[in-house]
Design a protein around this ligand. Sequence first.
Ligand SMILES: [Cu+2]
Length: 361
Amino acid sequence: MNTTEVLRTAMGRRRFLGIAGGVAAAGAVTAACGTAGEYEPIGPTKAPSGNAAQAAASPTAMASSDHGAMPPAGAGRPSPSGKLASIYDAALPPLDPNPNKVIVLEAKDALIEAAAGVKVNAWSFGGTVPGPVVRVRQGDTIDFTLRNRGTMGHSIDFHAAQTPWNINYKTILPNEEIHFTWKANYPGAFMYHCGTGPVLQHIANGMYGAIIVDPAEGWRPAREYVLVESEWYLTKGADGNWDGDFARMQAATPDFVVFNGAALQYQQQPLAAAPGELIRLHVVNAGPTLFSAFHTIGAIFDRVYPDGNPANVLRGMQTYTIPPGGGATFELEIPDVGQYPFVTHSFAYTGLGAVGIIDVK
Ligand SMILES: [Cu+2]
């Protein structure tokens, strides 16, 4: 499959037609294989209502529908088009061997692309959503500083830490900072987030990330990726971009459900692996509200480690539930060349952008 076909798969025919010229002009060619038909089962193909619901339910309508597309946006809703300008690097960053880690995070406002062409006035750690992946090792001491470069009060909550909430997780005002030290006693795939109220709003607007704590003895070598699942709830902003919509957050009616902050970004740029290679996925569900039913189509998880702790082992798993605020580490080996989508198997949400591809070649 060439870039044009990948985009058709990712975006749906209707949107694809609008961007094909831009792709040709850019001359980008990304190697990928398979056929568009492989993605037909993924996600709702339409956003049916009334007569449209009946039409979408008919076999004819299903057979002719877009492959793997996001449903058309309703009136006044964000409508993705084109390509994402940048891709969040899902590769697990290398481990610094120094057991004394100095970690600084800055809370700051940032313009984030939640789906192709849909820009959100987000709140962030470090200017990206999710914030930077923090990687440490069990037993490490973390010398941590949060600097508030934002426009309102923010705070930090490390799920990997044991530390007093009322002291170290307190809200600091713009231009203030807070500093504390903690020890990573448990290995795992943990969430960090802003805990300032309403926490629902601070998380949904982008203030979360993953902290991966390697076990003291280390993992065996593998191709490792970090995926943070989360939801965007949006309303049109005064500046023409999108703002967080608190009523939609409370109603749990997301516009997008995404991996690493942007809808369909790993369809646009799949995660690479080789046949038979050990793949380890550290998956954190930042929520703020929905559960993840994490699944990889065409593959079985040889091992699932709930919360990413090697002491917790499940074997031969098809789908594993990750609660909001939880994580899990998945190991799999894919024997055959091909494309293997990873999704939340909660299909009302899959079609809102929570689909990526592992490209085995
Ligand atoms: Cu905050």
